[in-house]
Write a new protein. Structure first.
Lengths: 226, 433
């Protein structure tokens, strides 16, 4: 006891006084008022956040109202109704479009199975997870809130905490899960272009890994496009 | 179960526990018997006894554990854990969800180590499906499990420190855990409740640059663990608070079905990774950490050193990670690659079938267990041939380990009761399910 090991512990804590904060420049919004930097950590590409409903590059909606997202949702938080397109002024290419699209964020668990299920990449995830409501009806996002704007960016609602650059990062999980476990399909574009962004890049996948690791088993790199 | 040399005579052990007399350990007593012991009044001064309710809302009860403590002064004479405050019917819920959706449910049980429940669920389903998972998926699963063991034990370090008054340790533990969770976020898109390990493989491949991330993590952790050693392991205060507190011997631990660090702290080397290898644990080197005294200090030290062992395993995984598919290429189980939906009608139909109806699992029963940070986590699955489980039972290590608490706390001080709850490290989400 007399060896001072009581005090060594204090040494660890004391040293921390002079180290940088792990939270960095994040001040929870208070910094902005005082003119100090207030930055969040960069979000992961695959982060599951609030959903967006995408549009094709020509502005048409991608949703075809097939209800696959509603069918796969384990929390049953999605409500979709499809309707026939008006042939004169179609909302989506093809026959039908999502007439009603609602997500209840009081139920949503952000598992992103809807994103994996969507056959037209209409629903993808943004990187926003900081949104809170003061009443239940605000928690139900309808097509008005979910659909991307005319510039292809997600709409920013008053209670959502978006920062610069975050609104351009969507569909990371959709792209990551697209090969469905088949390594030959990694690095392949599986999706259509998006309004405002065009074609998004796929992840490199195992091809990069195989190059810097000679001993590993090589992955086949070419895929037949039928 | 393989009987090794160090397997003690469990039958004798149980007999000895029973011999200790009716008023000794509260083992498999009926309510009436327990009440009888209480009124038996081994002590004449019954008036001195106080029934103290601890929890369900108490900072040291790790959520919503409630303990009824029969106190005599500061000494806990008997105690009884009361569970069920977080019961959400997850086993029943599993019967409503398809095998594809099931992982979103089970991952919420043990929220400090979600990958393990996903893994047990997937292994049980795969046993029923009789499919073999591609090699890369096996190694990714192992990588994520071991990282999850690290994050879970770091969480234990944090809460154990907090419960015993080392509040700065709480901050440090959470801080390091956050680094691990940040990697999980890069891989699965979520910090917890990942829904990443699925029947048939894993949902997505490891992201670009994952090796660098893990190397950075393996570099960051060892000096931090040494700080923990200075802050806690070598601290006389810490040692006095934990050594000799809440002791259990091997026989008692086995009689109570305790697993994980609690069983290992008694000196009994039982680790499913070594004794019933699953995934590819027989291809990596690691040591099973055991204690000697079965006290809170041993349980703390085991977890601290298991972090180091897990890091050793992760290092080996980095070298051995194979390339190739990471989800079984069975069209009835795995949805087609997205690009195939537009190319092939069959792929489109499979896609729709799997995401709406789910895949059908042959009739049968299967049990799969994994070594979670808390002990043996098993899932017993019964399928009636449809796409949802007929019944799913979870052998939750936290739930079973909570049963050791009355035993550990007997005749200890109330302050030690806090240390004991903490060292059992129950996750109430999994206790109550």
């Amino acid at each position: 006891m007399a060896d001072g090991s009581y005090l060594k512990g204090f040494g660890v804590t004391f040293k921390k006084l002079f180290e940088d904060r792990v939270t960095g420049d994040y001040r929870g919004g208070k910094g902005l008022e005082k003119g100090k930097p207030d930055e969040k950590r960069p979000k992961a590409d695959r982060l599951h956040g609030r959903h967006v409903l995408n549009r094709y590059e020509d502005g048409m909606e991608k949703c075809i109202g097939c209800e696959l997202c509603a069918g796969v949702c384990p929390a049953k938080c999605i409500y979709v109704r499809g309707a026939d397109n008006n042939p004169e002024a179609p909302t989506s290419p093809g026959e039908r479009f999502g007439y009603v699209y609602e997500i209840n964020y009081l139920r949503c668990i952000h598992c992103d199975l809807c994103v994996e299920a969507c056959p037209t990449q209409a629903i993808t995830e943004s990187k926003l997870f900081e949104f809170s409501f003061t009443n239940r009806s605000d928690a139900i996002y309808t097509k008005n809130e979910l659909l991307v704007g005319d510039d292809g960016k997600p709409q920013q609602l008053p209670w959502e905490d978006w920062r610069d650059g975050e609104d351009t990062m969507t569909s990371g999980w959709m792209r990551a899960t697209s090969p469905a476990g088949d390594h030959r399909y990694e690095g392949v574009v599986h999706w259509a272009g998006e309004l405002g962004y065009g074609l998004r890049d796929p992840e490199t996948g195992q091809s990069a890994e195989a190059n810097d690791d000679e001993g590993a088993r090589p992955a086949a790199s070419s895929v037949e496009h039928g | 179960m393989t009987i090794t040399d160090e397997t003690p005579e469990t039958v004798d052990g149980a007999a000895r526990v029973r011999q200790r007399g009716d008023d000794a350990a509260v083992l498999r007593l009926s309510e009436a018997q327990a009440a009888a012991i209480g009124t038996d009044a081994t002590t004449p001064d019954d008036d001195e006894r106080v029934l103290l309710n601890m929890g369900p809302s108490h900072p040291s009860t790790h959520g919503v554990l409630r303990l009824m403590l029969e106190m005599e002064g500061e000494t806990v004479i008997r105690s009884k854990p009361v569970v069920g405050y977080l019961h959400t019917g997850m086993e029943k819920q599993a019967e409503q969800l398809t095998f594809l959706q099931g992982c979103t449910n089970v991952t919420r049980m043990d929220y400090a180590s979600p990958f393990f429940t996903e893994l047990a669920f997937s292994l049980a389903t795969e046993k029923l499906l009789d499919i073999e998972v591609p090699e890369r998926a096996v190694w990714i699963r192992m990588l994520m499990s071991e990282l999850n063991r690290i994050s879970s034990h770091l969480l234990f370090m944090a809460t154990n420190g907090m419960d015993l008054g080392a509040v700065s340790m709480m901050i440090y533990g959470w801080r390091e855990r956050e680094e691990v969770l940040r990697f999980f976020e890069k891989v699965t898109g979520l910090r917890m409740n990942h829904n990443y390990i699925r029947p048939g493989g894993v949902a997505a491949d490891l992201p670009d640059g994952w090796k660098g991330e893990i190397e950075a993590l393996l570099e960051l952790l060892p000096p931090r663990l040494e700080e923990y050693d200075v802050l806690m392991t070598g601290q006389p205060i810490w040692r006095e608070r934990l050594q000799g507190v809440g002791t259990l011997n091997t026989d008692e631990a086995l009689a109570l079905s305790a697993t994980g660090p609690i069983l290992r702290s008694t000196g009994y080397a039982w680790d499913l990774r070594r004794d019933q290898p699953y995934l590819a644990y027989d291809e990596v080197d690691f040591d099973v950490i055991v204690g000697t005294y079965g006290d809170c200090y041993d349980r703390y030290a085991i977890r601290l050193n298991e972090i180091r062992e897990s890091m050793r395993i992760v290092e080996q995984i980095l070298d051995k990670m194979p390339l190739g598919d990471y989800r079984v290429q069975d069209k009835k189980v795995t949805p087609p690659p997205r690009i195939r939906i537009d190319q092939s009608m069959e792929a489109l139909i499979h896609h729709f079938k799997i995401f709406t109806e789910g895949f059908k699992v042959p009739e049968g029963e299967a049990y799969a267990c994994v070594e979670s940070p808390r002990g043996e986590l098993g899932i017993y699955m019964v399928s009636d041939g449809s796409s949802t489980p007929y019944r799913m039972h979870v052998r939750g290590p936290s739930f079973i380990n909570v049963q050791t608490m009355p035993h550990l706390m007997r005749e200890s001080l109330i302050a030690d009761a806090v240390a004991i709850i903490s060292s059992v490290d129950p996750i109430m989400g999994e206790v109550d399910r």
